[in-house]
Design a protein around this ligand. Structure first.
Ligand code: SF4
Length: 349
């Protein structure tokens, strides 16, 4: 097994030559900017994150500015990145930092993991990247590297494997250059020891890599058993008034797409038709559009929009915040990607 000293020296030498040093969160680097970037990068590719990060930190340059902002404004800057719980947690955590830490990002793992949305690996990334402290991380890139370097498959239970991988993250921690080391680990997995096409011939760890030496690179890390995702159906009512505006409602503060704006929707077409009856709209005026699909982590959503053109403005009883919005003004509200896509469909605009 490669020693920590050898591993660190090979990895840091590789980082000095080939690491990524020009991300906007690296210049300037601050605990707040590292935190925001780490949360954005949790489920989103770096190329997508960069422009979002720039816009987000321009709008909310400090923890205080983020805490002061309305949640709706924060969600609007997040719209399109998906996994909106991340934005809600950022906002809640910013308020907690202001209330409990005078607006300073905590500098200990115990305090960081008390904040919503920060787990052990994200806390490690903030401590090492922002404060240059020795703190382990274990994101997907690092897991893949440990699994290949040490030929770890699924011989043990998932929780035992997780413990073993965390043990490796701790074992290989250096005493110095912690920020560079963590960035190097992330970059190595993202650019060299990649999931589908690792560049083993160029790899400085090749001589120490058990997966490479035993011809198991393509089979490690062992894929998780795939479960078939359940499918949920949804029927969306698109009321369009004579000026072309679409009726949207804000979703409740918890549950799927919490706080975002969507058309009213039902789990079955009958619910939608009954609602039309209540509004004195004949369901035969509904123009059913093609079914579409959106994939969540735990299920697939199949949604069918139904458009109805109103001859005159309708007065509606609002059970939650609602707006009539021109589809071309979609960026004014925080809405999930499928709604944004739907509003840009030529049938709607
Ligand atoms: S030799 Fe290949 S599999 Fe092993 S660490 Fe290097 S890139 Fe990854």
């Amino acid at each position: 097994m490669i020693s920590p000293e050898t591993f660190q020296s090979i990895l840091l030498a590789w980082y000095d030559r080939s690491g990524r040093k020009d991300f906007p969160w690296q210049r300037p680097r601050s605990p707040y900017r590292v935190w925001v970037s780490e949360i954005m990068l949790q489920q989103t590719q770096v190329g997508t994150v960069v422009p979002y990060f720039q816009r987000f930190t321009a709008a909310f340059p400090t923890v205080e500015a983020l805490a002061r902002a309305e949640l709706d404004q924060v969600l609007r800057h997040w719209a399109g990145l998906g996994y909106y719980a991340r934005a809600r947690n950022l906002h809640r955590a910013a308020n907690q930092i202001v209330a409990e830490h005078d607006g300073d990002m905590p500098a200990s793992q115990e305090a960081l993991i008390q904040l919503p949305g920060i787990g052990r690996s994200t806390a490690g990334a903030i401590l090492s990247l922002a404060y240059d402290r020795p703190a382990p991380i274990l994101d997907g890139n690092v897991k893949r590297l440990w699994c290949r370097l040490h030929a770890i498959g699924n011989e043990e239970s998932p929780s035992a494997t997780e413990r073993r991988l965390w043990g490796l993250s701790e074992k290989y921690l250096p005493r110095r250059r912690n920020a560079d080391y963590t960035q190097a680990l992330m970059d190595f997995g993202a650019t060299l020891c990649t999931r589908t096409r690792p560049r083993c011939p160029d790899c400085p760890l090749q001589a120490h890599c058990l997966a490479y030496r035993t011809g198991r690179v393509t089979e490690l890390p062992a894929p998780r058993p795939r479960r078939t995702k359940p499918v949920k159906s949804s029927y969306w009512l698109l009321l369009r008034d004579p000026s072309g505006r679409i009726y949207l409602q804000q979703r409740p503060p918890s549950g799927i797409w919490a706080g975002l704006w969507t058309p009213p929707h039902w789990d079955c077409p009958e619910g939608l038709k009954n609602h039309c009856h209540r509004l004195n709209l004949q369901p035969d005026r509904l123009q059913w559009l093609a079914e579409r699909k959106h994939t969540f982590t735990h299920y697939t959503l199949r949604y069918t929009p139904a458009l109805i053109d109103l001859e005159e403005a309708l007065s509606l009883v609002h059970d939650r915040p609602s707006r009539w919005l021109m589809p071309t003004h979609a960026s004014q509200l925080a809405m999930p990607t499928p709604v944004r896509r739907l509003l840009s469909d030529p049938v709607i605009t």
